[in-house]
Design a protein around this ligand. Structure first.
Ligand code: COA
Length: 416
């Protein structure tokens, strides 16, 4: 089956998570992604948190599937020459080096545009160009703090909290992928490449949009009625952390189910959305709440929302999280079990849909990874193993016209 991005050649000059997540996605959809890595060491994640000695770490394998690996010392003149050839025949270069690294290597945007005016140059940085922090190197949790996620995550009586979801890294990579695809469509119209830049701070803030909404509401009216602080607690002039309250205006909370005393994940998320109130009362065996003025509207419920959650927890006490959801789904009540990584890894539906896939690897045996979360009617993205360091060096160099002797010479001077 032909894939939509077949024929698009991408120089993947990325490392760690933000950039690799972007290029991996494009590789799943058919792009020819050539990961350029430093000879001898490669992407730092090959070695990070290794679980098998001498085999690439899962951190690397789970972010670099479907790619080729070319080792190249791009600080040596011979390495630069190879890179220049590759640039001349590629469609996209993606990088997420620290600020200024590509310029220092001699590959500024101007130079790249001169070498190949049709090429799209896509970058991830911690902060956007011209920002007063644009010289900073940035990792995931730094971005979560800079983008507003940390100040609004966690409980009001605890410190700012980091999310386990990679809001700074993979999320930024997904934004960059959208930027690259947009620039490719733009190029079809203009014939010209362009620079696409995404900052981690901006990408986190984009996902915290509703918290900026809340900041403005707070400044206007002085309180936020869907937050647990309302109506009994105090509001300052900044959006507070709301614990497990629903961010979209639907009151909800994480509630204990049978076994919570020993199982830290015996919980469900329960949403008391407006239209679901009547079915909730029926499911809980509380039909008298439906028309009771103290319960009938969201506004009336908010002052004693935790008492309501307490009643629901009483109902949940003899039900596992799965039994509870099986009952509630029949009433059309939005809810979900709090699923562990173990449960997700073994979920038959996720295996069947290709969201969790098992990939054979030359050195590791097979490993689990998250496949494409985007599903298409005409294409099923297939996940293949991440490359070993330099696995495709000869193949890529031969494709650029280098002879076996040239490749031998490049190896002798450790340029590849
Ligand atoms: N051959 C020769 N040199 C190479 C090379 C190659 N194939 N690939 C990289 N390098 C060099 C670069 O030229 C640079 O050298 P210089 O600093 O002397 O100019 C160096 O290796 C890499 O620098 P840098 O990207 O800054 O790495 P780092 O380990 O110091 O910092 C980050 C890592 C992630 C903090 C940093 O890259 C960063 O802030 N990136 C942007 C934001 C980002 O994506 N962060 C999230 C990562 S998940």
């Amino acid at each position: 089956m032909s894939k939509p991005l077949e024929g698009i050649k991408i120089i993947d000059f990325t490392h760690v998570q933000a950039g690799p997540a972007c290029t991996q996605l494009l590789a799943w959809f058919g792009a020819d992604v050539i990961k350029v890595e430093r000879p001898g060491s490669g992407d730092v994640t090959r070695n990070q948190l290794r679980d098998i000695p001498d085999a690439d770490a899962l951190y690397f394998t789970m972010l670099n599937s479907n790619k080729k690996s070319l080792t190249l010392d791009t600080k040596k003149p011979e390495g630069k020459e190879v890179l220049e050839k590759l640039i001349r025949e590629s469609d996209v270069l993606v990088e997420n080096f620290g600020p200024g690294a590509l310029d220092r290597m001699g590959f500024s945007w101007e130079r790249l545009n001169e070498l190949n005016p049709k090429m799209i140059v896509a970058s991830v940085k911690g902060f956007s160009d011209g920002h007063h922090y644009d010289d900073l190197k940035v990792y995931e949790n730094v971005a979560q703090c800079a983008g507003g996620a940390a100040s609004t995550t966690g409980f009001w009586d605890g410190p700012p909290t980091i999310s386990a979801a990679a809001l700074g890294d993979s999320n930024t990579g997904m934004h960059l992928a959208i930027g690259i695809l947009t620039a490719l469509i733009g190029r079809d119209k203009t014939g010209k490449g362009q620079k696409v830049a995404v900052s981690m701070q901006d990408s986190v803030l984009n996902l915290c949009r509703v918290k900026l909404r809340d900041q403005q509401r707070l400044e206007r009216v002085g309180y936020l009625e869907e937050y647990p602080q309302y109506p009994h607690g105090e509001f300052s002039d900044v959006v507070p952390r709301g614990g497990n309250a629903g961010g979209g205006g639907q009151p909800g909370w994480v509630l204990k189910c049978k076994g919570w005393e020993t199982d830290p994940n015996a919980y469900i998320y329960f949403t008391i959305q407006g239209h679901a109130w009547e079915p909730i009362c029926k499911a809980l065996g509380k039909p008298e709440w439906i028309d009771d003025p103290a319960y009938k509207t969201a506004e009336a419920r908010q002052p004693h929302i935790f008492e309501i959650f307490g009643t629901i927890e009483g109902w949940l006490a003899d039900k596992t999280k799965f039994e509870a959801v099986d009952i509630l789904r029949k009433f059309d009540i939005p809810c979900a079990p709090v699923l562990t990584m173990k449960e997700l890894a073994n979920d038959p539906s996720l295996r069947a849909s290709g969201t969790i896939v098992e990939v054979p690897h030359k050195k590791r045996g097979s490993y689990l990874t998250v496949g494409s979360p985007i599903k298409f009617s005409d294409m099923k993205p297939e996940v293949t193993a991440s490359p070993l360091l330099g696995e495709h060096t000869d193949e890529v160099l031969a494709g650029l016209g280098y002879s076996r002797q040239d490749i031998f010479n490049l190896r002798e001077i450790k340029a590849v």
